[in-house]
Design a protein around this ligand. Sequence first.
Ligand code: COA
Length: 331
Amino acid sequence: MPRTEFIATAFHVPERVVSNDDLAQLMDTSDEWIVQRSGIKTRYWVSDGETGASLATQAARKALAKAGMRAADLDCIVYCTCTPDHFEPGNGVFLERELGLTDIPAIDVRNQCSGFIYGLSVADAWIRTGQYRRILLVGAEVHSRGLDRTTRGRDTAVLFGDGAGVAILGPTDDPARGVLSTHLFADGRHAEDLWVDAPGLAHDPYISEELIRQGKHRAVMDGREVFKSASLLMPQSVAAALAANGLAPADITLLVPHQANLRIIEMVQKAIGLRDDQVCTNIQKYGNTTAASIPIALDEALCNGRLKRGDLLVLTAFGSGFTWASAAVRW
Ligand code: COA
């Protein structure tokens, strides 16, 4: 069976940069509070006319150019997002249309911050079995329009940003390279610890002025529970990836963790016992872009020359659900 390799990666963020001081104009917060609690200094927000699919399209075009491929060379889209442009259909078909494609499958993965690794796991299985050979894996989010940008929503509004990151994946016959393993976890007992209640068909009607008045259409979270669980479970997922491949923390060239919060990443680094140069962070600039955070960080790391052939890349993520996941990749 072939392994799955990363053929190209790319990302795209909107032009509009939003600083912590900009947020302090909208709500009762401060640069000091946000930096101290999360490490975030800026994030990007979409402007009129931009959508998740339009960000993903820009990122996909950049990746295709890097790979020297045309959109027609793709044979499947795996689109990971928790902020779709519409209730239905999924965003994959909108991206497919923007790329001028009409006859390849497009699947949406709704696993929030773990979405990109869940999507990688699906794509990896398809590539290894030969079902598809050129998969466009996308993580893209538009959080800004869903945030409560008032003091009521300040605990979440300051954390999230918009953006899209993609990877083009394909088979390699080199047994020493590619995705070594993926590890997926979920625990629905925590479903309401980080969630958006409405619109949802558990309600009748599924959206109403009353639900909106109650703020049920906004993301709400138990920040402390999320923090505690993420700090515990991301290291466990990395341990699972290392154990499955007979590897140790010292073997990791680069850990690209989901960029949820700089303090969480620091806890994860400490728990695994990694040096600073083994861990990738860029949350300072982009905030938490959920399913987009890993491919954005990975592409930046590659542009900065942080991975070379034969290096060990480990990905880990945690998010709403709770879901968490990891992957080990021999570059
Ligand atoms: N600016 C200023 N003050 C804020 C604020 C903001 N943006 N958001 C909340 N506060 C206030 C709270 O209202 C609270 O005030 P009070 O003490 O008067 O009630 C105070 O700051 C402290 O809140 P607390 O919840 O104790 O802070 P914390 O240290 O737990 O940090 C988070 C809050 C959200 C930053 C932290 O819990 C966290 O990072 N959790 C994980 C979030 C995450 O990563 N989510 C995505 C996972 S994929």
